[in-house]
Design a protein around this ligand. Structure first.
Ligand SMILES: [Zn+2]
Length: 200
């Protein structure tokens, strides 16, 4: 599988990164498990969609108001991410000390099923890969940088979150989550469930 990603682990090393990769960090604490997704351009630039309401005067979390991370953001990234929405930061500040993981595309159905067994409904935050094909890096980064300038709509932990942003940049499309399907009047397809970046 792509760069050694297996059913059991999607962890990769920094030297394995390529421009336009969909990366994610799995946050965890005693009570919470969720993932934060973004598009890698360079070690100095990861573009991701953040929750504006996750910030306070005393702290900042790039991904969730529920974060318990004690990571200290560098000054530049703190300024760049102020206000939330689609933002850019360095790889270290994106990861917040968590391990680097690659979201794999074009995986066969058996791999997708094995990787996400039990997670699709129970804990969508742990979805690690998808069968969809990814677009070339130039197209991915063009979308990501366009959205960095123009935004990705209103952040919503259920229907418009960091995963939706990264998946759209990679494919030009969107997955239909149960919540989104209800909103637009569709019957949700179980296989197309959408991982989110909130507690499930
Ligand atoms: Zn930084």
């Amino acid at each position: 599988m792509d760069r050694g990603v297996t059913v059991a682990s999607s962890k990769i090393e920094r030297w394995q990164l390529r421009r336009g990769d969909h990366i994610y960090a799995r946050r965890s604490s005693a009570a919470n498990v969720y993932c934060h997704h973004g598009i890698y351009e360079s070690d100095k630039k990861v573009i991701h969609f953040t929750n504006p309401s996750a910030q306070s005067s005393t702290g900042f979390s790039s991904s969730s108001a529920f974060s318990s991370s004690s990571y200290i953001f560098c000054w530049e990234c703190r300024q760049a991410m102020h206000g939330g929405g689609v933002v850019s930061c360095c790889l270290d500040c994106f990861l917040e000390g968590d391990s680097l993981r690659l979201f794999a595309y074009s995986v066969p159905l058996w791999f997708y099923t094995a990787s996400n067994v039990g997670m699709i409904v129970v804990n969508r935050a742990r979805l690690t890969c998808h069968m969809a094909d990814e677009d070339p890096p130039e197209a991915v980064l063009e979308r990501a940088n366009y959205l960095l300038r123009n935004g990705f709509g209103t952040y919503d932990a259920l229907v418009n979150n960091c995963f939706d942003f990264a998946f759209y940049c990679k494919t030009g499309g969107t997955l239909v989550s149960p919540a989104r399907a209800v909103m637009i009047g569709l019957n949700p397809e179980p296989v197309q469930n959408n991982p989110t970046c909130m507690i499930l």
